[in-house]
Design a protein around this ligand. Structure first.
Ligand SMILES: [Fe+2]
Length: 293
């Protein structure tokens, strides 16, 4: 039995918790639990280190539904401790692509991510669920989770992934934001949308900003003014007036960053927002629809 503190949580608002893995070091990945009178909504599930289903039952006695802001592994891995989830319609195939991922590999990832004092205490037990088919319900713009006395509205903001959503909670004035807009917004992957489309989506998200103060993201937390920085930066990239820092991206491709970074990883010039992008895909269309072969 793994004898490590898998999770820790913090109450960030009335009936609202931020949850993260407690045994890991370095870069945080976050998820959130919002409770209503009828059910609680778990927003993202992190990598899948630890039995998140059992953990959230210590925070709420309501039934729990799972929704993902987007289909990336570090936000959906814990879905496999549940038997159903809601996923942005355009990200479902990404999620389904993880089925078959061996739990031994997940365990190795957990060990590599663990703080030194916990590395040898991790055991490949039921805290690491094998991936399995489950009921997947699509969500998209305008859908509403009515938790009972509390409603969270889905707003599309594709860019980082084609289907990326945020959830706006009028009760707490929080926008649960996933990876939509942060200090290291990745638009470098082949399935990211062009920067020009991302910019239009950020401008649209900005029209919702009067309804929230804070953006609780999948890795970082900002006030809503980070959207303005995102809009300004994406516009600079399109105009060719960003720093245009050439780098090798996470998948080995030649990519660019909008702003130079300091040695400590922060962005030069005091910028809170930064983004990577594919220089070949700055201007483009949002091509809806996939080719099924
Ligand atoms: Fe992501």
């Amino acid at each position: 039995m793994s004898n490590v503190p898998f999770f820790e949580s913090e109450k960030i608002a009335d009936r609202t918790y931020k949850i993260k893995n407690a045994f890991t070091g370095g870069f945080d990945t976050l998820c959130y639990l919002a409770e209503g009178d009828d059910y609680a909504l778990l927003i993202d599930t992190m990598y899948g280190f630890g039995d998140l289903n059992s953990y959230v039952k210590t925070l709420t006695d309501k039934p729990v539904k799972v929704v993902n802001t987007h289909g990336h592994w570090d936000h959906v891995g814990g879905n496999f401790h549940f038997d159903s989830c809601y996923i942005p319609v355009r990200d479902i195939s990404t999620f389904q692509g993880y089925i078959g991922f061996p739990k031994e590999q997940l365990f190795e990832l957990a060990k590599n991510s663990a703080k030194d004092e916990y590395k040898d205490l991790l055991v490949l037990d039921e805290n690491f669920a094998g991936t399995h088919p489950m009921k997947v319900y699509p969500v998209s713009d305008g859908d509403v989770f009515d938790l009972g006395g509390r409603k969270l509205e889905v707003v599309d903001c594709g860019g980082h992934t084609p289907g990326h959503i945020v959830l706006i909670d009028d009760m707490t004035r929080i926008c649960f934001a996933g990876d939509v807009c942060n200090g290291n917004t990745l638009l470098e992957f082949d399935d990211c949308l062009p920067v020009s489309v991302y910019l239009e989506n950020l401008k649209r998200l900005k029209t919702y900003a009067p309804r929230f103060d804070m953006m609780y993201g999948g890795h970082e937390i900002f006030d809503s003014s980070i959207i303005d920085e995102g809009i300004e930066t994406a516009a600079k990239v399109i105009a060719g007036t960003d720093d245009n820092v050439k780098e090798t991206g996470m998948t080995g491709k030649d990519i660019c960053y909008a702003y130079k970074k300091n040695d400590d990883g922060s962005n030069e010039g005091g910028h809170r927002f930064n983004m990577s992008y594919d220089p070949e895909r700055v201007i483009g269309d949002d091509v809806r629809g996939i080719v099924i072969k």
